[in-house]
Design a protein around this ligand. Structure first.
Ligand code: PEP
Ligand code: MN
Length: 339
């Protein structure tokens, strides 16, 4: 349920509404929009509550939210959420576009520095890289853990690029949050509810990647976990889903972009690297995602993909990433000319 305060409502009237709700054991989430103040009500809502609230001074409208996810829904918050990343204050959402570029996994100082410098020069504004890698086989390279985070920190110090990296387990949240600017919850962990709860308690933005077989509702409910924990800075990431087609690693679900924009106020990023699994399809799907309205891209880049310790087949060379960025700029400018 949401309580939309009327335009001239006083702060006392708002306080009275909040007190009425908290006395009844209900949780209150505030959304101060440009036009209106909205009080989100979460908890055991009883039938009389709507009319009780409607009778209170300063209340404009009381609306029941029909979706199972509340805080993530457009019904709760109609303005797009704009998230600020790192000390650099890189913005995503509400028309602000971000490219996260970098290797799948951090392998060495040389590799991360070379990649960070190059992606920055090409126009990326956040550095990606994995230090804790979810691998299908336990015998594959599983990441450099804290040593990898330290190398990312070096790259941030030199380039000024904020960082995004995956946190795989609730026990690593504090450690990873010390280093990174955005916490990434991977596709395999999208329904790891203990992890979602834990990242929800941090103050760092969280990117929730879509699970292989998650519906839009499952995915938005995963975002809801993080938001219900108190962390409203959630970015969604479409990274392809499992379908009957096995020629590509996954199938990019481009439908997700306009659908999520309609259902939610949260920014949505596209990951055509994991979505296709093959580097030569990454640029076309990146372009299509931008045209479909994505708020950002996350792209795997490696100076020598043939030697990469993970996901080399889908990684762009530095040159190919530069070419992708030129195309993306052209599409963005064509889109902004549209009414
Ligand atoms: C990654 O970003 O490297 C990754 C493992 O992604 P996903 O969780 O989407 O597979
Ligand atoms: Mn990867």
């Amino acid at each position: 349920m949401i309580v939309v305060m009327s335009q001239g409502a006083s702060s006392d009237e708002l306080e009275n509404v909040k007190e009425h709700l908290s006395k009844r054991g209900l949780k209150v989430h505030m959304s101060e929009g440009i036009e209106r103040t909205v009080v989100g009500v979460i908890g055991q809502i009883y039938p009389e509550l709507q009319s009780e609230l409607e009778l209170m001074d300063g209340v404009g409208e009381v609306v029941r939210i029909s979706k199972p996810y509340k805080l993530a829904s457009k019904e709760f918050k109609s303005d797009d959420t704009v998230i600020s990343i790192g000390e650099a204050g890189v913005k995503i959402g509400g028309g602000e576009f971000v490219v996260f570029g970098g290797p799948c996994a951090i392998e060495s100082e040389e590799q991360v520095m070379e990649t960070a410098r190059a992606v920055k020069k090409s126009g990326a504004t956040v550095l990606r890289g994995g230090a804790f890698k979810p691998r299908t086989s336990p015998y594959s390279f599983r990441g450099m853990a804290e040593d990898g985070l330290k190398l990312m920190d070096l790259a941030r110090k030199e380039t000024g690029l904020p960082l995004i990296t995956e946190v795989m387990s609730e026990r690593d949240v504090d450690l990873v949050a010390q280093y990174t600017d955005v916490l990434q919850v991977g596709a395999r962990n999208m329904q790891n509810f203990a992890l979602l709860d834990e990242v929800g308690r941090t103050t760092k933005p969280v990117m929730v990647k879509r699970g292989f077989s998650a519906t839009y509702e499952d995915w938005l409910l995963a975002a809801e976990y993080v938001m219900a924990g108190g962390n409203k800075s959630v970015i969604l990431c479409e990274r392809g889903i499992r379908t009957f087609e096995t020629f590509t690693r996954n199938t990019m679900d481009l439908n997700a972009i306009p659908v999520i924009k309609q259902l939610s106020h949260l920014p949505i990023v596209s990951d055509p690297s994991h979505g296709t699994g093959k580097w030569d399809y990454v640029t076309p799907l990146a372009c299509a995602s931008v045209a479909a309205g994505a708020d950002g891209l996350i792209i795997e880049v490696h100076p020598r993909p043939e030697t990469a310790w993970s996901d080399g087949a889908q990684s762009l060379t530095l040159e190919n990433f530069d070419a992708l960025m030129s195309k993306v700029r052209a599409i963005r400018s064509a889109m902004s000319d549209q009414p």
